[in-house]
Design a protein around this ligand. Structure first.
Ligand SMILES: [Zn+2]
Ligand SMILES: [Zn+2]
Length: 339
């Protein structure tokens, strides 16, 4: 089968033929219907700093935002059936460390990622632990299923921003994670503004598809764009740009929180004087707790057609290179590959 792989710890990806996987005990084989290209995949392709931990697992097939149909059950799998439509949590716990032993797999000391440390879903088939699979409810097709992972990251960011009625939340970066965070913050009742720098296509999507207030801060720094606004209770940084961190801190009310969801490929300087005097908090966010996945599935069952508009491009796996170029150029929101 064709697979999109990271062959070496250096820039670049390789589209090549690999054998179809067989599911290990406790795992299921999925026929992949849809898999999203994530910002993480772009960083891995470009080989920016912070992914050295992958080197020992290469060559590895990427792809961690996927959904499909179970076609084979590995030995000992219970509670899953052939033909079921599922998505999967890409993060696997080791089952052996102290945290796993005491029932806290979320704190596992040896987490591995499907599509990062073991073969993922940029391929026709992927084998994943049955315990990581979630059934898609009726009305949620596998294309929407591929959105569950990025939506869960956005939901968790909105939760960490304490989005609620009356709260003012600014989202910096109108990519899939930023828009997902903005949508869940708005759903929680917050007053939400999305901002981006020279990101006209995705800001237009935020306005037209989702009715979000969206501003382009290319011409002037957000600090001056927002000069007339009261400061924000929370800023969600989903741009992965140092400037967004600085802008975010500058735009917070005293006691406010900057939720950092962006992947930063270099250390970022902080205005700690402002942080100290205004008692600001900086909160990182990366992976949603398992329970959030069910909340996202419920949101998709309720509001799937609206959330589907996050998907702007659908391409065959063979056109992965074009998909990556689209995602990188900021013309696309979510690009799906359909193996
Ligand atoms: Zn992702
Ligand atoms: Zn563990």
């Amino acid at each position: 089968m064709l697979a999109l792989r990271k062959p070496h710890p250096a820039p670049g990806l390789l589209l090549c033929e690999v054998p179809e996987p067989t599911p290990a005990p406790g795992e299921v084989l999925l026929r992949v219907h849809a898999v999203g290209i994530c910002g993480t995949d772009l960083h891995i392709a470009d080989w920016t700093a912070g992914y050295g931990h992958m080197a020992a697992y290469m060559p590895v097939t990427l792809g961690h935002e996927a959904a499909g149909e179970i076609v084979v059950l590995g030995e000992g799998v219970q509670g899953c059936a052939v033909g079921a439509r599922v998505t999967f949590r890409p993060s696997t716990a080791c089952g052996r460390c102290a945290a796993c032993g005491s029932g806290r797999p979320e704190d596992c000391a040896d987490r591995r990622g499907i599509g990062i440390h073991r073969d993922g879903a940029f391929a026709a088939f992927v084998s994943v632990p049955a315990a990581n699979c979630l059934l898609l409810p009726a009305g949620v097709d596998t294309e929407l299923g591929a959105l569950v992972e990025p939506l869960s990251v956005g939901l968790h960011a909105a939760d960490l921003a304490a989005a609620r009625p009356g709260a003012r939340v600014l989202v910096l970066g109108p990519g899939p994670i930023g828009l997902a965070a903005a949508l869940f913050a708005a759903q929680a009742g917050a007053e939400v503004v999305v901002a981006g720098r020279g990101d006209a296509a995705r800001l237009a999507l935020a306005r037209e598809a989702f009715g979000l207030k969206a501003v382009d801060s290319l011409e002037c720094a957000p600090t001056s764009v927002f000069a007339g606004y009261p400061p924000f209770d929370a800023v969600i940084e989903a741009a992965g740009a140092a400037a967004a961190v600085a802008d975010g801190l500058a735009l917070l009310r005293p006691g406010g929180v900057l939720v950092v969801a962006g992947i930063h490929s270099a250390p970022v300087g902080l205005d700690l004087t402002r942080l100290v005097r205004a008692e600001l908090r900086v909160q990182g966010t990366y992976r949603a707790p398992a329970g959030d996945w069910q909340r996202v599935l419920a949101a998709l069952a309720r509001d799937g057609e609206r959330l589907r508009r996050l998907i702007t491009h659908r391409l065959p796996l063979a056109a992965a290179e074009r998909g990556f170029a689209l995602a990188r150029a900021g013309q696309a929101c979510k690009v799906l590959l359909l193996p």
